[in-house]
Design a protein around this ligand. Structure first.
Ligand SMILES: Cc1cc2nc3c(=O)[nH]c(=O)nc-3n(C[C@H](O)[C@H](O)[C@H](O)COP(=O)(O)OP(=O)(O)OC[C@H]3O[C@@H](n4cnc5c(N)ncnc54)[C@H](O)[C@@H]3O)c2cc1C
Length: 442
């Protein structure tokens, strides 16, 4: 059996390592256009701020390690075209320019995503940067050394982590976003009010509710960001406005969402036989709505990649879908969310209610305790849980993983009221906060 894998970061590496174990007789060939594999982008901001000193620690695999598993990994090889009828991949060796065609029995598409680049005046200016891979990380670190004013466009998780990193380096930082609040997709206003205040207290300028229209520069290098509401001096700009799937190679050959995300079934099969896909190149089943959505996360990528391997020969292990569960640390605050915010649920036309609790997370007789803000969103009819958010200086983010399981299993607020959780004064109160949320649902 000839297996060809295109793209080797998290989804690719997960699929390859599992396939090498499960099918030792298979000939596995990998084409990766980059010069490294398995880079953990989640470490970029930590590397920028100097918390992670050695970038080498941000990789967990390499071609030699895959070779030990018997895998042929071709670095700096770009897949140019795929013919899913003929079952062939056209490949270019980016070092020699040589082109060749390779045939496969099974194809694994793990080509991931690329940052969205808006077409506008000045986008090509020097020091307007992307933030996705190892090379971007190194370039941002180098350019930041000489930059004083830095503008980050996009107040999602990546943008927020970067503004904190730049502020810690002593830079003057502006965070620009077209939505009215930061982290709009992940958190409701009660939570973003706190986080915005935290950023503002550190001197980070927050410019929300405005869209970037162009960049101006001098001698080919960016100097200013122009938005619908103002102008901001900047000698370094980082674009973090989202991602689009890298799936042009399969356009017209497999089913996709309108944004090009490949639709796979619960066994990671595309609509074309023997073509599997995983990770940021794909849409995922979003359990809160039961529909496919584009939620590019490393967590989805490694799970889906592993499932490609398990299901390659026959449907064996089903993907359970996702809640898009995510977490972030902003200065002292530990924050996590799962499923839909109230804002998102209402925008989707759902009839939802919520329970929002502010409490101390453990008894006041303890020497210290911190306040926690918890919000659980549920359907008014049937009381099914569809989302939750938590914020505290204590790390209570695992509560959101618990609620992710609840959403996954279609649980209601009434069931949440009486789930068995432990009590111990070091950690919580006799009525667990999640039980409390269930009990307070009317
Ligand atoms: C700054 C940052 C922070 C993040 N933090 C988190 C986090 O904390 N938690 C989390 O869950 N997720 C996080 N993510 C998201 C996570 O990094 C992605 O979801 C993950 O990288 C997806 O893995 P993937 O393998 O599907 O795709 P990608 O990482 O996009 O990898 C795709 C690979 O395919 C290769 N490729 C593409 N086209 C071709 C071609 N034609 N020929 C050959 N090779 C090709 C690319 O070079 C690349 O190596 C973060 C992302 C960024 C950018």
């Amino acid at each position: 059996m000839k297996i060809t894998v295109v793209g080797c970061t998290h989804a690719g590496t997960a699929a390859i390592t599992q396939m090498a174990k499960l099918y030792p007789e298979a000939r596995i060939t990998v084409y990766e256009r980059n010069d490294n594999i398995s880079f953990l982008s989640c470490g970029i901001a930590l590397h920028v701020s100097g918390v992670v000193k050695d970038a080498g620690q941000l990789f967990y695999s390499n071609p030699d390690r895959l070779a030990e598993l018997g895998v042929r990994t071709h670095m700096k090889h770009d897949a140019l075209a795929i013919d899913t009828d003929a079952k062939t991949v056209r490949v270019r060796n980016l070092e020699t320019g040589e082109e060749f065609t390779d045939a496969y029995d099974k194809l694994v598409m793990t080509t991931g995503s690329w940052p969205i680049i808006p077409q506008m005046d000045g986008i090509g200016l020097e020091n307007v940067m992307l933030c996705k891979n190892y090379n971007h990380a190194q370039a941002i670190i180098e350019k930041a050394k000489k930059a004083d004013r830095i503008a980050v466009i996009g107040a999602g998780y990546i943008g927020i982590e970067l503004v904190e990193a730049f502020e810690q380096l002593g830079k003057r930082v502006t965070l620009i976003d077209n939505m009215e609040r930061i982290l709009y997709k992940y958190l409701d206003r009660e939570f973003t009010d706190v986080t915005e205040q935290t950023l503002a207290e550190r001197g980070i300028a927050i410019a929300t509710g405005q869209t970037v229209t162009s960049f101006e520069g001098r001698n080919g290098r960016v100097t200013r960001v122009i938005t619908t509401a103002g102008e901001y001096e900047a000698d370094l700009v980082v674009l973090c406005i989202g991602f689009r799937p890298n799936t042009e190679l399969l356009a017209g050959q497999v089913d996709m969402l309108p944004n090009g995300a490949i639709v796979v079934d619960e066994y990671m099969r595309t609509s074309k036989e023997d073509v599997f896909a995983a990770g940021d190149s794909c849409a995922v089943l979003y359990n809160p709505t039961g529909k496919h959505a584009y939620i590019p996360l490393a967590t989805n990528a490694v799970r889906m990649g592993t499932l490609v391997a398990k299901n390659l020969l026959r449907p064996t292990v089903k993907y359970m879908g996702t809640q898009g569960t995510s977490g972030i640390k902003i200065y002292d605050y530990n924050i996590a969310s799962t499923g839909m915010t109230e804002t998102a649920a209402l925008a989707a036309g759902m009839n939802v209610k919520n329970v929002t609790i502010t409490d101390n997370y453990r008894p006041e007789f303890m020497p210290t305790y911190e306040q926690v803000l918890l919000k659980v969103v549920y359907e008014a009819d049937g009381r099914r849980i569809v989302g939750a958010q938590v914020l505290s200086k204590a790390d209570l983010t695992q509560a959101i993983n618990t609620l992710s399981v609840c959403i996954q299993n279609g649980m209601t607020m009434d069931e949440l009221s009486y789930v068995d959780f432990f009590f111990q004064p070091h950690y919580n109160k006799p009525w667990n906060l999640l039980n409390q949320a269930g009990l307070q649902a009317i």
